[in-house]
Design a protein around this ligand. Structure first.
Ligand code: MTE
Length: 511
């Protein structure tokens, strides 16, 4: 109960459909939204933690979403928070937990490079709210707005191949926050109330999704769209907060995208298994080649619209600003909405700042991806910061797909020793490549870090006789080259050797 209005919160924000746990309908009830806003306005919440100007905690979960838990709690929705974490522990115990609630989890390096397909247990997760828990038997999808016949389709009909033709598509989903940590390290940016997670290279993954193309549903079930329809809006059953207003997750894509048949799929299967709860069970959208945000999970309503969705995730999030836009001048209208993803890549092995002992070649491995139906055509790697480039051989890349990444590996010739800067850039099928430096494309909301990915490697080339000799000496003394900054206890050059050399080549000229 709130003190002033004498309202029974449990009743006001109750779940209304049997078997649809963790789902509160907001979009149909403006008065319910207003009540939630009044309650939120009266409450005090924990401030967003500062993690851009200070080091990230060395913990797992890395960040704790106190504020979003509190938003749910004051509306009597704590069970949603609890169920989210229970689901993480069941379905995603081994991710890097970047944010505990809303849950954001990143795939580890080993799992990223496991193979072309990321297994369901290790595919990254990006949530904006809790995880709804909806029974498939009672689930139905609503399709309405600017269609000829609005319909409700039970799940069993949607999955019936005699009613709707099915398709399987191999799709890489990428969060626009992938590699955000590089932008933060260069210049800190916006600290949104829904924490802009400090993702590394693992907010990307690839799966085979099975479902029915949305185009077919619109045609077969609804008899087609009306001429005014230009966008399709997707509504998810989770609850989203923005500046003390409450929403169901809502995004949209242009009709032109949906028209391309299998490019927008309503999916219930991921890698041959039912969608995991945390990935949107029982039904999600998979929008190929677009920012992951459009692939709405826990989809329960599709609206055909004349304009893009007015939902805050569509209008106010995932905007791309120019570098001179920031807290002083950013507006929702001076950023553009990110849809198709650009070409990008990452070096996954070796790790930044590694010491590598080698025989003239260093092995690098990583991923490369391009959105919008462009495929990865060439991956190039440099060991001198980007002047000389070596192409990855075709046989060292995984199979091409229109909508999926390619994993690659290369043995790059490396003669030089000491700190070297390695970087990768990818060319896609439309000859697009990546910006050179993080700063070339830094943006206030820290999205789409698609610049050449750079790492620093300490190269130790043991084909060089002097280096081989030193490595042997270190070994004889039980000392380790990998422990680079640790000073050895013994002298690196005996006095007699030093003097012989010094006398052969004295420092001062003779006259
Ligand atoms: N759909 C709903 N309903 N709620 C969400 O929070 N997150 C989106 C998208 N779909 C989200 C959603 C974002 S930002 C991304 S990157 C992808 O889901 C991530 O998909 P995954 O968590 O299945 O990997």
């Amino acid at each position: 109960m709130t003190d002033t209005e004498n309202i029974d919160i449990k009743k006001a924000f109750a779940e209304e459909k049997l078997g649809w746990r963790g789902y509160v309908e907001w979009e149909k009830y403006p008065e319910k939204k207003e009540l939630a806003t009044r309650i939120l306005n009266k409450s005090k919440f924990t401030p967003i933690p500062e993690f851009q100007f200070v080091p990230l905690p060395d913990t797992n979960p890395v960040l704790i979403g106190h504020r979003w838990k509190e938003y749910h709690e004051v509306l009597g929705l704590k069970h949603i928070v609890d169920f989210s974490w229970e689901t993480v522990q069941k379905e995603k115990p081994d991710l890097i937990h970047l944010l505990d609630f809303p849950y954001n989890g990143e795939t580890t390096r080993e799992q990223l490079m496991e193979g072309k397909i990321t297994s369901n247990k290790y595919h990254f997760i990006r949530n904006h709210g809790g995880v709804p828990d909806i029974d498939e038997d009672v689930f139905e999808l609503e399709v309405g707005g600017l269609v000829k016949n609005p319909v409700k389709i039970p799940m069993k009909d949607l999955k019936d191949p005699s009613k709707f033709p099915q398709a399987e598509v191999t799709v890489t989903l990428q969060c626009s926050g992938t590699r955000r940590i590089e932008q933060i390290r260069e210049y800190p940016g916006d600290g949104d109330e829904l924490i802009n997670a400090p993702w590394g290279e693992g907010a990307i993954g690839t799966a085979v999704y099975r479902g029915v193309p949305l185009k077919k549903v619109l045609k077969i079930a609804c008899g087609g769209i009306l001429p005014e329809c230009k966008h399709l809006e997707f509504i998810g059953a989770d609850t989203y907060f923005k500046k003390n207003n409450v929403f169901n997750y809502a995004v949209s894509v242009p009709w032109r995208k949906v028209r391309a048949n299998e490019e927008v799929l309503l999916a219930w299967e991921m890698n041959g298994e039912p969608l995991p709860k945390i990935h949107g069970y029982p039904l999600r959208v998979v929008v190929t080649g677009h920012i992951g945000a459009r692939s709405c999970k826990w989809l329960y309503r599709v609206n055909a619209l004349a304009e893009p969705s007015m939902g805050p995730v569509q209008r106010q999030e995932y905007l791309y600003f120019t570098p001179q836009v920031g807290k002083q001048n950013s507006k929702y209208s001076n950023g553009f909405s990110i849809q198709q993803m650009p070409v990008s890549s990452a070096i996954i092995f070796p790790l930044d700042k590694k010491v590598i002992v080698h025989d003239g070649k260093i092995t690098l491995k990583g991923w490369a991806y391009s959105g919008g139906g462009n495929w990865v055509q060439r991956v190039e790697v440099s060991n001198d910061g980007g002047s000389v480039w070596y192409a990855v051989n075709e046989e060292n890349m995984t199979q091409k797909h229109y909508h999926a990444w390619r994993l690659w590996s290369i043995d790059i010739p490396t003669d030089a020793e000491g700190w070297l800067e390695f970087c990768v850039r990818t060319w896609d099928s439309s000859n697009n490549t990546e910006p050179t430096f993080v700063r070339s494309a830094w943006n206030w909301d820290l999205h789409v870090t698609s610049s050449c990915h750079r790492i620093k490697i300490y190269s130790v080339n043991r084909t060089r006789p002097e280096t081989a000799k030193r490595l042997k000496l270190l070994e004889e003394h039980g000392e380790d080259i990998y422990n680079l900054s640790h000073p050895p206890e013994f002298s690196l050059e005996p006095l007699d050797e030093y003097l012989a050399q010094y006398r052969k080549y004295p420092r001062e000229p003779e006259d």
